[in-house]
Design a protein around this ligand. Structure first.
Ligand SMILES: Cc1cc2nc3c(=O)[nH]c(=O)nc-3n(C[C@H](O)[C@H](O)[C@H](O)COP(=O)(O)OP(=O)(O)OC[C@H]3O[C@@H](n4cnc5c(N)ncnc54)[C@H](O)[C@@H]3O)c2cc1C
Length: 427
C-alpha cells in the first residue's frame, strides 16, 4: 500500500511490526527485506531522486541480496557490469605502486558487480515498495520518536502517529532515532569534496573501472550503461580540495570535460559532460553502538566514510541482511528476545563496520599526507598484495563478498519467501 496523503492527528495511529525511518537506498532495502520476512512494515521518508551524477557500484553480495528479494530484474536495465578494476598511482610520488588490474575471472565471477545510477536504484526500490502489500510507504518526515520497553511511537511532520514494535533507523548521517536512543557518535571531516558527474566518452570502457590515486584523493571512472546517442558512458567520482571543487563547479561543461580528459591522461578519449555535477563534502562517522531499545541503525546512520573502493551501500546491505537474520523467528512482542537478537547484531556488525571505516580512513589519509615513508608503505602494501596470487584473490574476495558468515539474503541461492502465518506458527 502506498500512502502519500498526510495522516491527520485525530486518526488512529498506524501500527506495524517494523517502522523504517528514512526512504533512501538503505531504508527502502530494509523495508523490502523485513517484508519478505513476513513483517508488516511502514517506511517513512521522502523519495529523493536528485543525487546529481551519483552512481553506486554494487558488488556480488549486494546483487544476491536484491535478487533474493526479486528487486534486481527491474534495476538491471539501468546497470552495467564491472569486470575489472584498474588502479593507477598518479600521486607523482618517487615511490609509485605499479599499475594493477584485477579481473573478476580471477575469483570465478563474471563480474565484480554492477554500477547503477543512485536515482534509478532509489526509484525502482520505491516503485516496488508501492506495489508490495506488506509495505506502507509514507512520503513524509518523522518529527519525533519515543522508544520504550514495549515499542516505539513516531510522530509524523504532517501530523499523525505510527506505533511500531521495532524501529530501523535509516535516516542517514543525522539520524534522529540514533540521538533519541542515546547512541554517541564520533564525526570528523576531510579536506575533500567528492565531485560526481556522468560522462559520455569516445573510447569503450570494456566494463573496467579505473581508479587514479591522486594527491587530493581518488579520481575514479566507473563503467555505466550506454544510451542512445552515447554508447560509451562512465560515472566519475573525483575527490578534490574544497577550493578546487568551487573552481571546477564554476567551469563551463567544455572546460570541465577538457580538464577531466587531462586528469585521466586521455584514457577514454574525448569526453563530454552528460548530466549535472554533484558535490559532496567528505566526512566520517562512527557510533558507540548500532542498537538501542527495540531499534537498530543501518547505513549512514551507523557509518560514514569517503567513497573509496565503493563500500558504503554494500556495507549497508550487509547491515540489513544481518539484522534480518538476527531477528528471524523472533516474536516482536518479546522484548527479551529482541534484546538478545540485537546483541547478536551488535557483535556481527562491529568487525565489518570497523574494518571499512578504519581501512578507508587509512588509505585516504595516506594519499593526503605528502611524506615519503607513507608513500613507500602504501606502494609496498599494494604491490605485495597484488603480486602474491592467494593474497591478491583474498583481497578481491574481501571487497566483493567479505569473509565471515554470509547472511542468508546474500547466499548464492535465494531463501524461500515466508509468509507472516509461517512466522506466527513458530510460537
Ligand atoms: C560520491 C559518492 C559515491 C558513492 N559510491 C558508492 C558506491 O559506488 N558503492 C557503494 O556501495 N556506496 C557508494 N556510496 C555510498 C552510498 O551512496 C551511501 O552509503 C548510501 O547512498 C547511503 O544511503 P542511506 O540510505 O544510508 O542514506 P541517505 O541516502 O542519506 O538516506 C537517508 C534518507 O533519510 C531521510 N531522512 C532523514 N531524516 C528523516 C526523518 N526525520 N524522517 C524521514 N526521513 C528522514 C533523508 O531525507 C534521506 O532520504 C557513495 C557515496 C558518495 C557520496
Amino acid at each position: 500500500m502506498s500512502q502519500t496523503d498526510a495522516i491527520s492527528a485525530d486518526q488512529t495511529p498506524i501500527s506495524c511490526d517494523v517502522l523504517v525511518a528514512g526512504a533512501g537506498a538503505a531504508g527502502l532495502s530494509a523495508a523490502h527485506a523485513f517484508a519478505t520476512q513476513g513483517r508488516k512494515v511502514v517506511i517513512v521518508g521522502k523519495i529523493e531522486t536528485h543525487a546529481a551524477g551519483r552512481t553506486v557500484a554494487l558488488f556480488e553480495g549486494s546483487l544476491r541480496f536484491f535478487r533474493a528479494l526479486d528487486l534486481w530484474q527491474a534495476c538491471a536495465v539501468h546497470a552495467n557490469p564491472m569486470e575489472g578494476i584498474r588502479m593507477i598511482d598518479d600521486t607523482g610520488s618517487i615511490f609509485p605502486s605499479t599499475p594493477r588490474e584485477f579481473r573478476s575471472r580471477e575469483i570465478d565471477l563474471d563480474a565484480f558487480g554492477e554500477n547503477i545510477e543512485n536515482n534509478a536504484l532509489v526509484a525502482e526500490l520505491a516503485a516496488a515498495a508501492r506495489k508490495n502489500p506488506d509495505i506502507t510507504l509514507i512520503e513524509d518526515l518523522i518529527d519525533s520518536f519515543e522508544l520504550n520497553y514495549l515499542g516505539a511511537r513516531a510522530r509524523l511532520a504532517s501530523g499523525g502517529y505510527i506505533e511500531a514494535k521495532f524501529v530501523v533507523a535509516g535516516e542517514g548521517r543525522n539520524s534522529q532515532a540514533r540521538q533519541i536512543a542515546g547512541i554517541t557518535v564520533k564525526t570528523w571531516t576531510y579536506p575533500q569534496v567528492a565531485l560526481t558527474v556522468l560522462l559520455a566518452h569516445e573510447k569503450p570502457h570494456y566494463n573496467i573501472s579505473t581508479e587514479f590515486h591522486k594527491r587530493s584523493g581518488p579520481f575514479t571512472f566507473v563503467p555505466l550503461r550506454g544510451r542512445e546517442g552515447a554508447p560509451h558512458r562512465s560515472s566519475l567520482v573525483w575527490l578534490v580540495t574544497p577550493r578546487d571543487a568551487l573552481r571546477l563547479q564554476a567551469e563551463s561543461a567544455e572546460m570541465l570535460a577538457a580538464e577531466i580528459e587531462d586528469e585521466s591522461h586521455g584514457l577514454l578519449g574525448a569526453i563530454a559532460i552528460d548530466g549535472p555535477l554533484g558535490s559532496f563534502p567528505m566526512g566520517g562517522l562512527k557510533t558507540s553502538r548500532v542498537t538501542g531499545l527495540r531499534m537498530a541503525l543501518i547505513g549512514e546512520s551507523a557509518h560514514l566514510f569517503p567513497p573509496i573502493g565503493a563500500q558504503g551501500l554494500n556495507l549497508t546491505l550487509r547491515d540489513i541482511a544481518n539484522l534480518v537474520d538476527c531477528l528471524e523467528g523472533v516474536d516482536l512482542d518479546e522484548t527479551d528476545r529482541i534484546t538478545r537478537a540485537l546483541e547478536d547484531y551488535e557483535r556481527h556488525r562491529a568487525r565489518d563496520i570497523g574494518l571499512r571505516v578504519n581501512g578507508v580512513d587509512i588509505l585516504n589519509r595516506s594519499l593526503l599526507v605528502h611524506a615519503l615513508p607513507v608513500d613507500f608503505a602504501r606502494a609496498a602494501a599494494l604491490n605485495f598484495f597484488a603480486a602474491i596470487g592467494p593474497l591478491r584473490r583474498a583481497l578481491m574476495r574481501e571487497g566483493v563478498t567479505p569473509h565471515g558468515s554470509t547472511p542468508k539474503l546474500m547466499r548464492a541461492r535465494p531463501p524461500l519467501r515466508r509468509t507472516r502465518v509461517q512466522v506466527a506458527q513458530k510460537f
